[in-house]
Design a protein around this ligand. Structure first.
Ligand code: PEP
Ligand code: MN
Length: 332
């Protein structure tokens, strides 16, 4: 029986066949496509931690932070050269100069770079520097950009639109996949809800992690910085995301000795906090290696087999059906 508003793993998705688990049966019911970015593996055993400033403001700020992020043990550097700001009067990023600074930061630290591209005409320019192209929340529905990014032959970090359903998000991934690029990592960054700035910026939708894993083989990470908007919430939200099965984290970091960042200063954490988060993330890999089991998915019980080796069970409840909204499997 199928209850209205629910989908099951057996549904053939109309909007996103290329990224769907059920159509691409080589990934099975639980396998993840490993997306490799200059040696960093999203969807492998070890959660990936990306840290860095919201915006590239100056050489000193970004290169200094890149070294701090590296010392904290993170795997990649983030930083926006082109910034999607709510007000056109706010700092819009440092553009081409920012890309040059990111290039220097990578040369000095060896950290691969993820940076946002907003304009389809600039995809080539940004792809020359970026190891991974970020499509931001506001552009998740920009289908011209998605197709252009898909043609760039670079791994893509696809953020969830702040009001997008899971089906719409996977539809956006499909636009990239249709160009022959399946190296896509999903990023949950908080959705619109009641808080609206009262106590947090957005609602961090951790439930979408197991739901997305049921429908697609693409790795999924979480951005606790934009999701909460509050620096004190970033560390606990990171831990919760990892416990919920996130393949990694995208975190904004600042060096407060250089003053308040030009954008998103309230949600930035310092490098010491980042180091604690990295330690927690990497410990979860160690735990999974010790037990011989893949990091445990919510709803999946693991126990010893008769011969003493660990075995995994199918979900006992909860994610065999996932509520995604009554009309979300329709074409928009
Ligand atoms: C960002 O990561 O810098 C950003 C602008 O995030 P979002 O698109 O999720 O708002
Ligand atoms: Mn930001």
């Amino acid at each position: 029986m199928k209850i209205a508003g629910q989908i099951s793993i057996d549904d053939i998705p109309q909007n996103y066949p290329l990224v769907s688990r059920v159509v691409n049966s080589q990934y099975g019911e639980k396998g993840t496509r490993v997306v490799e970015v200059a040696g960093v593996r999203f969807g492998g055993e070890r959660p990936v931690v990306i840290g860095g400033p919201c915006a590239v403001e100056s050489h000193e700020q970004t290169v200094g932070l890149a070294h701090a992020v590296k010392r904290a043990g993170a795997d990649m550097l983030r930083g926006g050269a082109y910034k999607p700001r709510t007000s056109p009067h706010d700092f819009q990023g440092s553009g081409l100069e920012g890309l040059c600074i990111l290039k220097i930061a990578r040369e000095q630290t060896g950290l691969p770079i993820v940076t946002e591209v907003m304009d389809p005409r600039l995809v080539g320019e940004v792809a020359q520097v970026a190891d991974m192209l970020q499509v931001g929340s506001r552009n998740m529905h920009n289908y011209t950009l998605l197709a252009e990014v898909g043609r760039a032959r670079k791994p893509v970090l696809l953020k969830r639109g702040m009001s997008a359903s899971l089906c719409e998000w996977l539809g956006a991934a499909e636009y990239i996949a249709k160009q022959g690029n399946l190296d896509i990592v999903l990023c949950e960054r908080g959705i619109r809800g009641f808080p609206s700035g009262e106590y947090s910026r957005y609602v961090l939708d951790l439930n979408v992690i197991p739901a997305a894993k049921m429908l697609t083989f693409l790795p999924i990470i979480v951005d606790p910085s934009h999701a909460t908007g509050v620096s004190a919430m970033v560390e606990p939200a990171s831990r919760a995301a990892l416990e919920m099965g996130s393949h990694g984290l995208l975190i904004e970091v600042a060096d407060f000795s250089m003053g308040v960042p030009k954008c998103d200063g309230l949600q930035a954490i310092d490098a010491t906090t980042l180091a604690r988060i990295v330690e927690f993330a990497h410990r979860s890999e160690a735990r999974s290696q010790k037990s011989g089991v893949r990091r445990q998915e919510p709803g999946v019980r693991s126990q010893e087999s008769d011969d003493g080796s660990p075995k995994e069970e199918r979900p006992t409840s909860g994610i065999s059906k996932v509520v995604v909204g009554a009309s979300s499997n329709q074409n928009p």
